[in-house]
Design a protein around this ligand. Structure first.
Ligand code: C2E
Ligand code: MG
Ligand code: MG
Ligand code: MG
Length: 281
């Protein structure tokens, strides 16, 4: 019994320590923003048939001075609770678009860049103006990725969201639904938002590889996107088998560890360089 209590105490102490570390970390987020420690990594998106890079997704990383590179799941909830998501998304948008400009001045071309947009940022009345001022090179297309839950939880009550989406469309920004099939997928929501592209969730792709029934469901989703005139892409392809399934389903574009992890800017530039050489040679 005493032993059991000791173990419980130990677990309790560990949990407490973790909660405290997390709190301390959260209070550092405003400072991290000030010190430019919040930076994007970029994951290439490629064409299934040709392997050509069609774009990249910007994914946030925190270069913490003592803890090293932190992944979004370690700090985005805290940032959201502190009301800092819109600011983080703004910084990501600006840096991602500056990056495409630097690539081009080095003679490299990224056809498209995607940024993730939180509900808070989508409600931000400054979003369209920020996009107008940061997006100077229109030869690189710009997509925003929204979670499918946005049209349930926030859109109904917040007219600013529809206003923003309309202005973004006028500016030529493409609208994508992220992680499609992981949350509450809704046909009504799709018809309302009319996205340019659906990103089919990694969990669906993974189970489609293993299970014929899920494969049929994904095939049906692809049929539906077709009839709606919406593009589809797959996320989270980790193996050759995953890529083969995606190809067999007729989905043309994907991203995943099978091709590349998210990369630092210099690594992305190097990656584009090697792709270019192999395409030429
Ligand atoms: P997401 O937008 O769906 O991004 C894809 C996530 O899947 C990324 O994780 C990426 O590293 C990971 N991934 C890519 N390929 C594979 C694969 O083959 N296998 C596996 N297991 N994972 C793969 P990451 O970078 O940790 O981002 C997690 C989530 O955090 C993102 O999911 C997105 O919802 C959120 N997020 C990231 N950056 C931002 C941002 O700048 N703003 C906002 N609002 N959310 C962001
Ligand atoms: Mg990750
Ligand atoms: Mg995304
Ligand atoms: Mg996703």
């Amino acid at each position: 019994k005493a032993n059991g209590r000791n173990i419980l105490c130990q677990i309790n102490a560990e949990v407490q320590a973790r909660i405290q570390a997390h709190r301390r970390m959260a209070t550092d987020i405003p400072l991290a923003i000030e010190r430019s420690e919040i930076v994007p990594y970029y994951q290439p998106q490629v064409h299934v048939g040709t392997g050509a890079v069609v774009g990249a997704e910007a994914l946030v990383r925190w270069f913490h001075p003592t803890l090293g590179i932190l992944q979004p799941r370690m700090f985005l909830d805290a940032a959201s609770e502190l009301g800092l998501m819109a600011e983080i998304d703004r910084l990501m948008l600006r840096q991602a678009l500056e990056m495409t400009g630097r690539l081009r001045s080095n003679g490299q071309i990224l056809p498209s860049i995607s940024v993730n947009i939180s509900a808070a940022r989508l409600m931000d009345p400054n979003l369209p103006n920020d996009i107008e001022s940061y997006w100077t090179d229109k030869r690189c297309r710009l997509s925003i990725e929204l979670l499918e839950t946005i049209y349930f939880d926030e859109m109904r009550e917040t007219p600013q969201i529809s206003e923003n989406l309309n202005r973004l469309r006028e500016l030529g920004v493409r609208i994508e639904i992220d992680d499609f099939g992981s949350g509450r997928a809704s046909i009504t929501g799709l018809l309302k938002i009319r996205p340019d592209r659906l990103k089919i969730d990694r969990s669906l792709i993974q189970s489609a590889v293993a299970d014929p029934t899920t494969r049929n469901v994904v095939a049906a989703i692809l049929d539906m996107t077709h009839s709606l005139g919406v593009e589809a892409m797959a996320e989270g392809a980790e193996t050759r088998a995953d890529i083969e399934t995606i190809r067999a389903l007729g989905c043309n574009v994907f991203q995943g560890y099978a091709v590349s992890h998210p990369l630092a800017e210099a690594e992305l530039a190097a990656y584009l360089g090697t792709r270019h050489q192999s395409a030429a040679g």
